[in-house]
Design a binder for this molecule. Structure first.
Ligand SMILES: Nc1nc2c(ncn2[C@@H]2O[C@H](COP(=O)(O)OP(=O)(O)OP(=O)(O)O)[C@@H](O)[C@H]2O)c(=O)[nH]1
Ligand SMILES: [Mg+2]
Length: 345
């Protein structure tokens, strides 16, 4: 049986920024990728999510705030081959506004834990705020409504801790949700990207890998508030942040595995030298050393075969995602990454 690996997505977004609706629209919208990639929810989660999505399609209530975090695991597949389990917990936006430490809110504490292990952080920013050009500096209202300060603080905290633990930093996907509320003929995407830079400079700093994606569940209610209008659900662009997150997950995993392979190759050489130095006429204690080294060599050999297979597999899966990502604006250390550079990067 082919093993699956696991990726975690953590989501940061102000209350009502569209986090829950996005997750529902993504599940419904993944069929729009032409069946090449798919996502399915496990067990009763799928029933629950499609029920809620159907309510939106039928013109029902959209904005249900789940008080407790809703933990979900999805399986991402290419064709019919399941590749990666995606852990993804939906928190209420209010979890950003409370403390997570002792005496703080339990969902905030859980959000911090999710950030600590996230492969990718989705930052949800409602299109409502990008309808008209912002000034040269984001105003207090925009900073407050998007929770930009809280989001920056959490990203900085997460990256600092990862640095200290010598772990890779999470990729960042900035999602302009409710993108249907923006008239993109009037607003150049590049201008919105520049506004995101001033709003969340941390997402464009040294060491970051960031994508900017416009996503919409459909015009729903035309205002971003209240129940949807019947027949208005039409997911658009929803799959791209997920494909970016997975491509980055595969890239980071392949790099980590190559590092491990390099370290184990060094150890193999060391053992080889030590074995050569052991005298063939060695007495019992040395024989034991000989046996231990042989055993270690065999173990390393098995590990290396596994690591090599996974590294190759992750690279191949990443390559398979790249054509779909051509439409995504990506940044490395804040500088745009041309889609050609993605091939070897
Ligand atoms: N026009 C439009 N409205 C949307 C879209 N997605 C969400 N909305 C609206 O935004 C409101 C909030 O959506 P939710 O998905 O509940 O937001 P949330 O971030 O999960 O909110 P909390 O869980 O309360 O923090 C809903 O009333 C929806 O009508 C979209 O793509 N387009
Ligand atoms: Mg919600």
């Amino acid at each position: 049986m082919r093993e699956k690996d696991e990726a975690t997505i953590a989501v940061l977004g102000a209350p009502r920024s569209g986090k829950t609706t996005y997750q529902l629209a993504l599940l419904a919208g993944m069929t729009a990728v032409g069946g090449r990639f798919s996502l399915h929810a496990h067990h009763e989660d799928g029933v629950d999510m499609f029920g809620r999505w159907q309510a939106i399609v039928d013109g029902g209530q959209v904005d249900v705030t789940d008080a407790a975090p809703v933990r979900r695991v999805f399986t991402f597949s290419r064709g019919l081959v399941p590749l990666t389990d995606v852990r993804w917990t939906d928190f209420r936006g209010g979890a950003l506004d409370t403390k997570g430490g002792p005496g703080g809110a339990s969902d905030t504490a859980e959000l911090y834990e999710e950030l600590a292990r996230a492969d990718c952080v989705f930052v949800m920013l409602s299109g409502e705020h990008f309808r008209r050009p912002a000034g040269r500096r984001p105003g207090a209202e925009l900073l407050g409504e998007t929770r930009a300060h809280q989001i920056s603080r959490l990203i900085t905290m997460t990256c600092t801790r990862r640095h200290e633990a010598a772990l890779p930093l999470p990729a960042l996907a900035l999602l302009v949700t409710k993108a249907d509320l923006v008239d993109w003929e009037e607003r150049a995407v590049g201008d919105v990207v520049e506004e995101l830079r001033t709003l969340l400079p941390v997402a464009f700093g040294a060491g970051t890998r960031t994508a900017v994606c416009r996503v919409s569940a459909g015009p729903l209610n035309g205002t971003g508030q209240g129940p949807a209008q019947r027949g208005s659900a039409a997911p658009s662009g929803v799959h791209l942040p997920l494909l970016f997150a997975l491509a980055e997950h595969y890239r980071t995993r392949a790099i980590r595995l190559e590092e491990r392979l390099a370290a184990s190759a060094l150890r193999q050489e060391q053992i080889g030298r030590e074995l050569a130095e052991l005298s063939p006429r060695s007495r019992w204690p040395r024989d034991r050393r000989h046996g231990d080294l042989q055993q270690e060599l065999a173990r390393i050999g098995r590990e290396r075969a596994g690591d090599r297979a996974w590294a190759d597999r992750h690279r191949a899966e990443r390559r398979a995602l790249l054509p779909a990502l051509k439409a995504v604006a990506m940044f490395q250390d804040g500088r745009p990454v041309a889609s050609g550079e993605q091939e070897d990067g």
